[in-house]
Write a protein that binds this ligand. Structure first.
Ligand SMILES: [Zn+2]
Ligand SMILES: [Zn+2]
Length: 248
């Protein structure tokens, strides 16, 4: 159920919803006026960085060239991931970073709606047929980051996506086993070694033979989604497509 602003609470819910839709609201990013229930003003919506083109058709890493490029990057060719492709709502620029901070650090849930709606737009533009997919699986958080934020951003994005694309979020399947030591200083190979064995799949019957959307908030080196996809494949998942809020 939509949480109404304080000044509209106490009115009948339906009446308050109608009022909220016609009264101006406030943009979650700049504080400016918005139309009805929109979380962002038109300017901030336009400023969000669109997915980079061209990019690797497999892992969506941006290519520094122009034009229509269809070949996979060197990393995907030498070390193919277990997922088929990465669909991303946005590329990771300063405005998208602010949007993600609202979700990850200020634990607001409205940015997840913005990310979910943009993901649906990008899915519809892609060759991926949503109707062939059976489950949304969020990348799980470590206990430490979950207890710090009290939410798992990929799970919140999955919850917003689920009613739009009518695919259930499958919980208690992909689990985080513990903490991973800091990844940012490591090379790609060391990251992959560092993260190996971090995730496990329980209740594998929920993904066996299923086509799975693996959901993450930001994909940077692909080490995390590669490892999650590897475990899901081992558990019998059929096709895996990564849905990312942003691709760095
Ligand atoms: Zn704004
Ligand atoms: Zn690639």
């Amino acid at each position: 159920m939509m949480l109404l602003p304080r000044h509209l609470r106490g009115l009948s819910h339906r009446f308050a919803q109608i009022l909220q839709a016609v009264l101006p609201g406030h943009c979650g990013m700049c504080g400016g006026k918005t139309l009805g229930v929109e979380p962002l003003c038109q300017q901030c919506t336009k400023a969000l960085e669109k997915p980079h083109e061209p990019s690797c058709p497999r892992c969506a890493v941006p290519y520094p060239t122009c034009g229509n490029v269809s070949w996979e990057c060197g990393m995907c060719r030498t070390s193919p991931p277990s997922f088929d492709t990465v669909i991303t709502a946005f590329s990771y620029g300063p405005h998208v970073k602010t949007l993600l901070m609202e979700l990850k650090e200020r634990t607001r849930t409205w940015p997840a709606r913005v990310l979910a709606e943009a993901l649906v737009t990008q899915l519809e533009r892609s060759h991926v047929n949503i109707k062939n997919f059976h489950a949304l699986v969020p990348v799980p958080a470590s206990t430490v980051s979950f207890s710090r934020r009290l939410l798992n951003p990929p799970a919140v994005i999955s919850d917003k996506l689920s009613p739009i694309i009518k695919i259930p979020v499958v919980k208690h399947v992909l689990l985080h086993k513990g903490n991973v030591s800091k990844q940012s200083e490591l090379s790609f190979k060391d990251r992959m070694n560092n993260i190996r064995g971090t995730f496990i799949v329980r209740n594998r019957e929920k993904v066996q033979g299923k086509n799975v959307f693996l959901v993450d908030d930001v994909v940077t080196t692909t080490a995390t989604v590669r490892e999650c996809a590897r475990e899901l494949k081992k558990a019998g998942a059929s096709q895996i497509v990564v849905l990312a809020g942003a691709r760095a």
